[in-house]
Design a protein around this ligand. Sequence first.
Ligand SMILES: *Cc1c(COP(=O)(O)O)cnc(C)c1O
Length: 216
Amino acid sequence: MSVGARLRALRDRLPPRVTVVAVSKTHPPEAVREAYAAGQRDFGENYAQEWRDKAAALADLPDLVWHFVGSLQTNKVKLLLGAAPPRAAWVHTVDREELARELSKRATARGAGVKVLLEVNVAREPQKAGCAPEEVPRLAAAVGALPGLELRGLMCIPPAEGDPRPHFRALRALRDGLGLPDLSMGMTADWEAAVEEGATLVRVGTAIFGARPPRP
Ligand SMILES: *Cc1c(COP(=O)(O)O)cnc(C)c1O
């Protein structure tokens, strides 16, 4: 199946409230163009330098909406919010105040707002990024007060093993407590459960682009 056909099959199964973020990490710019031709506009990337190079190669498509969904070091923020467009419109992985401050500083300097989600380590996995669930209210208050950032909601990557639903539910409950609109949850293996549990953004790579080539 082509990228376009896979995208259409996915969209046909999603309620209209859900935005598909097509995760194009390690795929070439041509794969993004193929999805674009099928009407896709929201794309996700994981690595700041890879995003920068790819976004530059696709700068002739001005209405692309870039979502950064990878772990983000503070010193890489300048790649996402550089002096000239393209810039990341969304960052799904804010998990500490220091990172939020840097995003705010760069966004304000560029006069470009950034939509942000707080990444929550829902299962408290030691190797995973994300703030602890009990830190969410404090971090949300801090991020919500920073200029240049629009706090939209929460994001999680549940453990690879086991039922993701309890984690999706817990994230939703946290989000409801904050009164925020968005929930970024669900990937190729579990987007259906995530949508049933209230996802508004699903981050899907393999089901759209096929198996990922290794990172160069
Ligand atoms: C790679 C990645 C995805 C997409 O994963 P698939 O299983 O290929 O759909 C989604 N979210 C994040 C954070 C990722 O790193």
